[in-house]
Design a protein around this ligand. Structure first.
Ligand code: ADE
Length: 224
């Protein structure tokens, strides 16, 4: 998979991709992430990328021309399965969206700033709009990192068996059951007997029941 990310602040996103699982994915050749600085496509001597909105409301708007030039140049080089704008008014990210995107080959992410992007960029290029939650960040960069992480960890070969994505919360529509490791008793708190029993079918049943109970308590909406 290849992910291209357009941003005015690409530096902000470098470290997540330089460490841990995302780095391993890139070292193994399973995912490549490329950053593109929008400033390079800015207009005039000052490489302008934003301007005051028509209609006179507050804040600045990312101009259509630099964004169109940057996106068009990338689209001329390869076919993107989705061109995704990270924005608080997009569809809220969930595991299903991450699963679907993990099957794609080329993704292009656009990070917004200021009051957003000129509407014509959406009309010309954007195929999907994604929000990472009902709150407003200073820009789309951290949202792009969250989305890339959620997608890349699902690529075959990125996680080893122990980290397997199959038992994640949400993957089967339920939250994960509690987990324990040694010691079997700590400050009077005991690991549930069944987990020490060695009876794998009983353990399976217990894990499923716990997942159901926890989901019912914390996120009953997931059971509807
Ligand atoms: N940009 C600013 N806030 C955002 C959010 N919640 N999700 C995605 N992109 C954003």
């Amino acid at each position: 998979m290849r992910i291209d990310i357009i941003s005015v602040l690409p530096e902000l996103m470098e470290s997540p991709f330089r460490t841990s699982i995302l780095k391993r994915a890139s070292d193994k050749g399973l995912a490549e992430v490329h950053f593109h600085s929008l400033r390079a496509y800015g207009l005039g001597k000052y490489r302008q990328i934003d301007d005051a909105p028509y209609g006179g409301s507050a804040g600045m708007v990312m101009m259509v021309e630099p964004l169109d030039r940057c996106i068009s140049e990338l689209k001329a080089q390869r076919q993107y399965d989705e061109v995704i704008y990270l924005t608080p008014d997009g569809e809220t990210l969930n595991q299903k969206i991450a699963n679907t995107l993990s099957t794609k080959k080329n993704l292009l992410f656009l990070c917004g700033h200021y009051k957003g992007i000129d509407q014509r960029v959406r009309e010309l290029h954007i195929t999907k709009e994604i929000s990472i939650g009902d709150y407003v960040l200073t820009g789309g960069e951290l949202a792009a990192c969250v989305l890339a992480d959620a997608v890349i960890r699902l690529l075959p070969g990125v996680l080893n068996d122990e980290q397997s994505a199959l038992t994640d919360s949400f993957q089967d529509g339920l939250l994960s059951p509690p987990v324990y490791t040694r010691p079997a008793e700590y400050k009077g708190l005991k690991v549930p007997e069944v987990l020490l029993s060695g009876n794998f079918s009983k353990i399976e049943d217990w894990l499923h029941d716990e997942a159901l109970k926890i989901t019912q308590t914390k996120r009953p909406d997931l059971l509807q």
